[in-house]
Ligand binder design. Structure first.
Ligand SMILES: [Zn+2]
Length: 202
């Protein structure tokens, strides 16, 4: 069984494990797990999250399973900023940090759990994906207060538990990628967790 945690990421295309510090002439690459969202970027290439000037360089990629089940993989692009040595990755819109389940599958499953729609996932989830989705819903259930605070007055004031939270989130942000973007951009958190990788470097 594949985990739906960070461990699912595979070694870099360049054979460089994540988080490893590499000595190089003239300095050290500060490899970090910082993640951006692709749909959050303003231009062709991201700006360095530390805010310093200069162009970032493509810096290989790491492999992730494309789905909780099956052997298909996809790559996540990494960047290096030579000026400061920071590396970071850019997640495509359908990916959540540290979760193997796709955003559109998560959204359809949550819609059903919250009573927005009665149809189940098509195709139905296998055992592994069903487990991922159940854990994701449990994570959301534990984050009602956090997400109410993050979205503030945008959410219906009557939100009190996870189902009403989800219905209100869908009215406000419409799609999971848009929720992820909003949370990442304005609060440096994600839908299902507060991760270090979303915080700007200190
Ligand atoms: Zn930089």
């Amino acid at each position: 069984m594949k985990p739906d945690g960070e461990e699912e990421s595979r070694s870099s295309c360049y054979g460089v494990p994540r988080k490893k510090r590499l000595d190089r002439p003239g300095g050290i690459w500060r490899c970090s797990p910082i993640q951006f969202r692709e749909d959050q970027l303003k231009g062709f290439r991201p700006d360095c999250p530390c805010g310093c000037p200069g162009t970032v360089h493509l810096h290989g990629c790491y492999r992730r399973f494309a789905d909780p089940e099956g052997a298909e993989e996809e790559s996540v692009q990494r960047y290096l900023h030579p000026a400061c040595g920071l590396t970071f990755s850019v997640l495509p819109p359908h990916r959540l940090p540290y979760r193997a389940v796709r955003a559109e599958r998560l959204q359809a499953d949550f819609d059903q759990r919250a009573g927005i729609q009665t149809e189940g996932l098509d195709p139905p989830p296998g055992i592994v994906e069903a487990g991922c989705l159940q854990r994701a819903w449990s994570a959301l259930t534990a984050r009602v207060t956090t997400l109410k605070e993050a979205f503030g007055q945008l959410l219906d004031s009557k939100v009190s538990e996870v189902a009403s939270l989800w219905v209100s989130l869908r009215q406000v942000s419409n799609s999971v990628p848009r929720m992820l973007c909003f949370l990442s951009e304005h609060h440096f958190i994600s839908l299902l967790g507060n991760y270090l990788c979303l915080r700007p470097p200190g």
